[in-house]
Design a protein around this ligand. Structure first.
Ligand code: MOS
Length: 743
């Protein structure tokens, strides 16, 4: 059965849009449960040391304060004597809040104050006196340049592919060479919605947990393992996320603290982190990268070396895939890639939208621009000259790759051919104008997922799978796929997600939800279609007798023969004749391992940026960004475009504004609030255009989708950095490009 295109590939509005704008969409801290108590976290003021005392007595004397949990009284049976972790967690031992008196990072949770009201809990947490014995800390990766080590411990530790050719020799012999270091600081997850968990404690001791997470099943597993519960005892629900971007791939400490408090107090508890505490839940690591490149006389790449060092915590070895992309984006026979980590007294870094690739593509693509200039070549022409027809790292053909078409389409739309090569050659009054180009590559991944499709006698279809909705459009695209597969109007289909009572889906991440859950939804609907066909064939005088599923199609509420569309039955008649109140089918979809072994599956993009730099003030105005993406089939033009628009805004942020600034004397992030952690506002955002070059890809998955959640961020910061060079002649190699760097 193939997918028709009544809905798939079109641009329907978000099906959950009305729920969101009218406030009926509920987020984790908004669920009303009876007899709720409120927990507020107290965070460490030191970066490293021991807790000497927790002054709980004074706080417990306040009427309405229920308990002060700390390492002194945290229930042993409940807490992480089992240091359980999931398959995608970094190597090492996950952070166990309130486990003992040791402080491992600034802002570590050291106590949870629970009270009858939120206001009281907040007040009580504010006056809790915690005494520490400080120890010497290290928080600066730039002091650890020589102390990095290759990752080894982590199951998910990224290791670069084997070197190919001889990069050192090729560099020695190259016509032109560059070698530069590129640096970006730390960025913290700051989705609009704060991390929160509302735990409903039922009279029988079972829990319903509304947690801000990208994976309800992952949270359920943790809760069951850590607290020794059966999975039936802990149902986890998340219907909407106010943004997550990777911060909810692993459970955060509000989940464990709220569950622990609920089990101990035998009542419902909600824990919400403050905006400042959001700066303690994982971050994009501060990263140092070095790129070396050389070219042959014909402008082809002779050699490429990419080295990265980034921070991790003392207790987990988080690694990021920063360098691997450099071995596959361009054709080059002499490549050496390496990455190292160094442990600091910080919380473990964490995946943040296009982890590794967003930052790796910054360094690689600025270096490509520098190399193009060193070789006297137009930066886009230089990329086209070095186009990778195959994935040399894997030694595999791409399942599909239309990056060349992206280059040509983007160049034409942006009028790239009008770009003078020399920096400082375009201006408008006192504003220097520059054009830059950059791009990237991201994995097209799929995982195992299950879905269940149920149709009722009135012809109304409900499909469920415990997927996530980070604001990406999951509800909408799954509704489209289901409606398309069974030939129903969108209004007759409801997609439900985010509940461990539903069939299992993986965490929503890696841009794999469209492929993963989409395929499961399609398969469940096909399985239901097969049941409906059998029922239709049982009807008297059925024109479909003897037909297989491939012979029929579901269109406009009818089931009909492909070869003779007038031979049809009305779906509702089938259901009514069957006498069943509802018919259901479930299905599990897994990736095609044979195709995965035969093809390299990736999405690609290219970004063109125009900046205007005030010559006197050094301010950078990003006047135009064009992002052209090749990501297989686009399921919904509107939600896909929104994903890329958001990415471009984030890329502008990364290039010009966003950075968590530590004061290493205290080992503490000083701008841990929205006032001083700068991100763009509307006034910073101007013309953004998004184009898709669609790819027919029969190998990635049955839907042919590659995912679009992360791709759009790649190359944005580099394109802006390159445009700034073109405007000013100043090469910036450390993000963000604060204006003093241009004066
Ligand atoms: Mo994404 S960083 O895998 O949520």
């Amino acid at each position: 059965m193939t997918i028709n295109t009544k809905y798939v590939g079109k641009a329907p509005n978000r099906v959950e849009g009305p729920a969101k704008v009218t406030g009926t969409a509920k987020y984790s801290a908004e669920f009303e449960v009876p007899n709720l108590a409120y927990g507020v976290v107290v965070s460490s003021t030191i970066a490293k040391g021991r807790i000497k005392s927790i002054g709980a007595d004074k706080v417990l004397a306040l009427p309405g304060v229920l308990q002060v949990f700390s390492h002194e009284n945290v229930p042993r049976q409940a807490w992480f004597d089992r240091a359980w972790k999931d398959d995608i967690a970094p190597g090492g031992s996950p952070f166990r809040p309130l486990h003992d008196d040791e402080v491992k990072f600034s802002q570590q949770p050291v106590a949870l104050v629970v009270a009858e009201t939120f206001e009281l809990a907040r007040y009580a947490a504010g006056i809790l006196e915690v005494e520490y014995k400080e120890e010497k800390h290290e928080t600066d990766i730039e002091q650890k340049r020589d102390e990095g080590h290759a990752p080894g411990k982590g199951k998910s530790g990224y290791k670069p592919p084997k070197s190919r050719g001889n990069a050192n020799k090729a560099l020695d012999e190259a016509e032109h060479r560059i070698r530069e270091e590129y640096i970006h600081g730390t960025q913290h997850h700051n989705p609009m919605e704060l991390y929160a968990s509302t735990v409903h404690y039922h009279p029988d001791g079972k829990l319903t947990i509304y947690d801000k997470t990208q994976g309800v099943y992952n949270c359920q597993q943790y809760v069951a393992k850590v607290f020794g519960l059966s999975k039936d005892d802990a149902r986890v629900i998340n219907l909407y996320n106010g943004g997550a971007f990777g911060s909810g791939l692993r459970p955060q400490y509000e989940l464990f603290l709220s569950v622990m408090a609920a089990l101990e107090l035998k009542r419902s508890v909600r824990v919400t982190l403050t905006r400042q505490q959001m700066f303690s839940i994982g971050h994009r690591p501060h990263t140092l990268q070095t790129l070396e490149m050389g070219t042959n006389p014909d402008g082809t790449l002779a050699a490429l070396k990419h080295y990265c060092l980034h921070e991790t915590s003392r207790f987990e070895e988080y690694t990021e895939n920063v360098v691997n992309w450099s071995g596959m984006l361009y054709q080059c026979d002499n490549v050496h890639l390496s990455n190292q980590v160094a442990a600091l007294d910080v919380y473990t870094p964490q995946d943040m939208r296009a982890p590794g690739a967003a930052t790796g593509s910054f360094a690689l693509e600025v270096a490509m621009d520098e190399m193009a200039y060193a070789a006297g070549l137009d930066p886009l022409d230089f990329r086209i000259r070095n186009y990778a027809e195959t994935d040399q790292s894997e030694n595999l053909p791409f399942s599909s790759k239309r990056l060349r078409d992206c280059y040509h389409l983007g160049a034409e739309k942006f009028c790239w051919s009008k770009r003078p090569m020399a920096p400082r050659s375009m201006r408008e009054g006192n504003r220097l104008i520059g054009w830059g180009v950059a791009g990237g590559v991201w994995d097209a991944q799929m995982n195992k997922a299950s879905a269940k499709a149920t149709i009722t006698a009135d012809g109304y279809l409900t499909v469920e799978s415990a997927a996530g909705e980070n604001g990406t459009g999951t509800y909408t695209i799954m509704t489209q796929i289901a409606a398309e597969t069974l030939g129903l109007p969108l209004e007759a289909v409801t997609f439900r997600l985010g509940d461990t009572n539903m069939p299992e889906a993986p965490v929503q991440g890696g841009s794999w939800t469209a492929a993963t859950v989409g395929t499961a939804v399609q398969k469940a609907c096909q399985a239901l279609g097969e049941k409906l066909l059998k029922l239709a064939q049982k009807m008297d005088d059925s024109p479909l007798k003897g037909a297989s599923l491939d012979d029929v199609e579901f269109v406009n509420g009818q089931l009909r023969l492909r070869t003779a569309p007038e031979q049809s039955v009305v779906l509702r008649d089938v259901l009514q004749t069957s006498g069943e109140r509802e018919i259901a089918a479930d299905s599990t979809a897994i990736p095609n391992l044979i195709n995965m072994a035969k093809y390299s599956m990736h999405s690609h993009n290219v970004v063109f940026a125009e900046v205007m730099v005030d010559e006197d003030l050094g301010t950078v105005h990003v006047s135009r960004v064009l992002n052209v993406c090749a990501a297989g089939r686009i399921l919904n033009q509107k939600t896909a475009r929104s994903q890329v628009l958001g990415s471009v805004v984030w890329g502008i942020s990364m290039a010009l504004m966003e950075e968590t600034v530590p004061d290493h004397r205290f080992g503490r992030y000083m701008n841990h609030n929205y006032a001083e952690y700068h991100i763009p506002v509307n006034a910073d955002i101007h013309n953004i255009e998004v184009l898709f070059v669609e790819e027919e890809d029969p190998y990635v998955n049955p839907l042919g989708v590659k995912g679009i959640g992360e791709l759009g961020l790649l190359g944005v910061a580099a394109a802006i950095t390159n445009a700034v060079y073109h405007a000013t002649g100043k090469r910036v190699r450390r993000l963000p490009i604060y204006l003093d760097k241009l004066l």
